[in-house]
Design a protein around this ligand. Structure first.
Ligand SMILES: [Zn+2]
Ligand SMILES: [Zn+2]
Length: 369
């Protein structure tokens, strides 16, 4: 199964002609999941090879405008372009507490009605995810009855044992959220593919006298079978090692992580997308605004042994490589800063419309000794 990640917006604070506001798409088998939806995301979709109508799930890291202002417009345009819903599954939207109210109010005030079913699932942050002076009591949230949702969404709370939130758990994927520290509560998301069953080993099937037929399918699906001669065959007798699933981690704005959940979940990630709003020389300013520098991002990637680090969410002062004009700051310096921490391991700078393939993993055959 092909799986890839496309960056539609890699800029911080606001969209510009060279960098859109935050939006990242994870795609597999024709389905798209959108992570953040800054202003202008719908036009970024139109300029790309992706189709907004394929979005099945949306994940919002935090409620700053550069991550969410594009959402009502995008949903309304998808609605205009979609055929009337009959048996469509709802578009599932996940994000911090307050997101439902934001969407319901804006759709109500603009007299917009979406032609497809949708539902918002809200994550309840913990108080340590932002500075004390920024904490707001969202008193209006619970009393808000202006819901145009088809079905009421879930309220997701932190699982203290795992230090994470479970958002999706289906036959193919698990999606979890973990806590980040920012000016307002922010989250990171883990998308982990479930292990794929190993192939049947024809030689072993033959040796054990398993007759061809539906029995093969049952063994491949993990069922134990008893042959007519009374021999019990366990799936592990005749299948190769399961193929490990792929792991993509996308972090929202942050100056650091909260708790131990993030590092544990992101361990061994095939792709880790981390913000680097400013370069290392401006570390104090970055921290003050709740942001990271390449060093912070690379240290986290090192901690969780990520296979590939992608930096994104750059201040608009960093034009994409090759588009720098006089007086512009060279974004390549951010790459160098992160690579120094990672001992030379290559770091990728995200650019709008860049797509990264996440190849399927091969089983590593353990050496005999
Ligand atoms: Zn931002
Ligand atoms: Zn932010």
């Amino acid at each position: 199964m092909a799986m890839d990640v496309t960056f539609l917006g890699t800029g911080a604070a606001y969209p510009s002609p060279t960098r859109g506001a935050s939006a990242t798409v994870v795609r597999f088998e024709g389905e798209s999941w959108l992570f953040d939806c800054g202003e202008g995301t719908q036009t970024q979709f139109m300029k790309s090879h992706l189709k907004a109508g394929r979005i099945a799930k949306i994940f919002i890291t935090h409620l700053h405008g550069d991550h969410v202002f594009g959402l009502p417009g995008l949903l309304c345009t998808i609605s205009l372009q979609s055929s009337p819903a009959t048996n469509k599954l709802p578009v599932e939207i996940y994000g911090p507490l307050g997101l439902r109210s934001f969407l319901c109010r804006i759709l109500e005030l603009s007299h917009s009605q979406l032609a497809f079913p949708w539902v918002v699932h809200e994550l309840v942050p913990t108080p340590d995810q932002c500075p004390a002076e920024e904490r707001k009591e969202l008193s209006f949230v619970d009393g808000d009855k202006v819901s145009s949702e088809e079905a009421p969404g879930k309220t997701l709370r932190l699982d203290p044992l795992e230090d994470s939130y479970t958002l999706v758990d289906n036959s193919q994927f698990v999606v979890k959220a973990f806590r980040l520290f920012h000016r307002i509560p922010s989250f990171g998301f883990l998308v982990e593919e479930k292990p794929r069953p190993g192939k049947l080993n024809a030689q072993k099937l033959k040796e054990l006298g398993v007759p061809p037929g539906p029995i093969y399918g049952r063994l491949k699906d993990g069922a134990t079978v008893v042959l007519e001669n009374g021999t019990t065959i366990f799936p592990s007798d005749v299948t190769e090692e399961p193929l490990p699933g792929r792991k993509v981690c996308i972090l929202g704005d942050c100056s650091g992580i909260v708790g131990d959940g993030a590092a544990a979940l992101c361990y061994g990630a095939d792709l880790l997308v981390h913000e680097a709003t400013l370069d290392d020389a401006q570390a104090d300013k970055a921290k003050e605004h709740g942001h990271s520098t390449p060093q912070v991002a690379a240290e986290f990637a090192k901690l969780c042994k990520a296979k590939k680090l992608v930096l994104s969410h750059f201040s608009q002062r960093y034009k994409p490589a090759g588009q720098t004009g006089e007086g512009d700051v060279d974004v390549m310096e951010l790459k160098r800063q992160a690579e120094r921490v990672l001992g030379g391991q290559e770091v990728v700078l995200a650019e709008d419309f860049m797509t990264i393939d996440i190849p399927m993993k091969k089983v590593t055959i353990a050496s005999p000794n």
